[in-house]
Design a protein around this ligand. Structure first.
Ligand code: NAD
Length: 409
């Protein structure tokens, strides 16, 4: 099942419960615009490189569209469409005044020099600058992209449209970025876990954790889990993985990964593959890298009691069903990783007002929104006796549906 079919399956489950008509379902699911562009650039060795870039704009009923930009070899039209759809429900679940979008380029960034990466980014902006902007569609970082890339996007965009830092979020602090944006997704993940543990009457130090992905989301999640005295036994990434039954030293692992480009061969640990990660003997599994890693084939191997979707779409619909049968609680991506887009929203607000917030304000507002959203989702799940994902979709689709009808079709 493709990532888009997965997202559609989740949508249909909620739409069925809501009694949405087939016309309404079609209207809400169909993207407004899907663009595929050729991004050609001169490589350092003088050869011509040709890459394919995508931007999918899914829904505008609640405001301008918002969504990350992914640079990864596996990016394709269907994955971008699936991620754009997720953004529509996600922004609605945390009640931000946005619709959903997503973009990407099929490229392995490790194969490019810094100069090639900059030229690729600027060329992509040349191709899509007319369809994005502060009141249309605002990109942000995702897998393979970072604050530097957002700075190049802002700079290239202003060559066409003049100074307007709200055209992109996740920028460096020195260039109209927001305090707390880089840590936001990981911080949001841990806020949601804390809210869940409170409902379950559990404490962080009573549980063990395993993480897949040690990039932006994974590394900040690990950092904040450690602040709560949680024990992280396993971390894997694209280079491999490490395992220590007594708990990994996360501050040291962060330093090691920064120096070595990944976690592989970290001292004071055993190696662990990404396949072994799935069956890690821990309480909480946190996929924070790729989509589609927990599938019908491996869902029965999972030994954890909780799966926290820090990545987008890490659990396929079949695996989700198996987890439901096995009473493994899944905290869904559309809620768990919404901290990133929430602080992106704060950045956009600050840029539009030309007024900076300090870090405590960003963190407090993030905590308020994430905790409130978790509580709403939890209460719907309890009231309607449905899994948390279905509850989250009921909340998000309900908000988008009502805005669509009120705005007029
Ligand atoms: P990143 O590029 O900073 O890090 C990605 C991590 O995944 C790296 O540690 C990399 O080594 C690892 N990885 C890549 N391929 C892998 C593989 N085959 N097996 C195991 N690990 C692999 O990306 P990120 O921004 O941390 O994003 C991670 C996930 O979180 C994505 O699904 C993304 O869509 C989602 N997300 C990110 C944000 C954000 O603000 N950055 C917000 C919401 C959701």
């Amino acid at each position: 099942m493709s990532s888009y079919e997965n997202t559609c399956r989740y949508f249909s489950q909620a739409a069925e419960l809501m009694g949405l008509t087939s016309n309404m379902r079609k209207l809400l699911q169909t993207p407004q615009r899907e663009v595929k562009v050729q991004v050609g650039l001169e490589m350092d060795n003088g050869e011509i490189g040709t890459y394919i870039g995508y931007r999918v704009q899914h829904d505008t009923s609640r405001g301008p569209m918002k969504g990350g930009l992914r640079f990864h070899a596996e990016v394709d039209a269907e994955e971008v469409l699936s991620l754009a759809t997720l953004m529509t429900w996600k922004t609605a679940i945390v009640n931000l005044p946005y619709g959903g979008a997503k973009g990407g380029i099929a490229v392995n960034v490790r194969d490019l020099s810094a100069g090639e990466l900059e030229r690729l980014t600027r060329k992509f902006v040349d191709e899509i600058h007319d369809m994005v902007g502060p009141d249309k569609d605002i990109p942000a970082p995702d897998m393979g992209t970072n604050a530097q890339i957002m700075a190049w996007i802002m700079n290239q965009y202003q060559k066409y449209h003049g100074f307007n830092p709200a055209c992109v979020t996740g920028k460096p602090l020195e260039l109209h970025g927001s305090e707390g944006r880089e840590e936001a997704t990981g911080r949001g993940v841990v806020i949601v876990i804390a809210a869940m543990l409170e409902r379950l009457n559990l404490k962080f130090d009573q549980l063990t954790f395993a993480l897949q992905g040690f990039g932006n989301v994974g590394s900040y999640t690990a950092r904040f889990l450690t602040e709560h005295k949680a024990k992280i036994l396993a971390v894997t990434d694209a280079t491999g993985g490490v395992w220590n039954p007594a708990g990994l030293d996360i501050p040291q692992l962060l330093e090691y990964a920064a120096a070595h480009g990944g976690v592989k061969d970290f001292p004071a640990s055993e190696p662990m593959s990404n396949e072994e990660f799935i069956a890690a003997p821990v309480d909480v599994l946190i996929p924070a890298a790729l989509g589609g890693v927990l599938t019908a084939e491996n869902a029965r191997d999972v030994r954890a009691k909780y799966v926290v979707e820090a990545a987008n779409g890490p659990v396929t619909a079949e695996a989700d069903h198996i987890f439901e049968e096995r009473e493994i609680l899944v905290l869904p991506d559309v809620l768990v990783n919404a901290g990133g887009v929430t602080v992106s929203y704060f950045e956009w607000v600050q840029n539009r007002q030309h007024f900076r917030w300090d870090l405590p304000r960003v963190r407090n507002e993030l905590e308020r929104i994430m905790t409130d959203s978790f509580n709403r989702v939890w209460n719907i799940a309890t009231e309607k006796k449905v899994p948390l994902r279905v509850a989250a979709y009921l909340l998000g689709i309900g908000r988008v549906g009502r805005a669509t009808v009120l705005g007029g079709i």
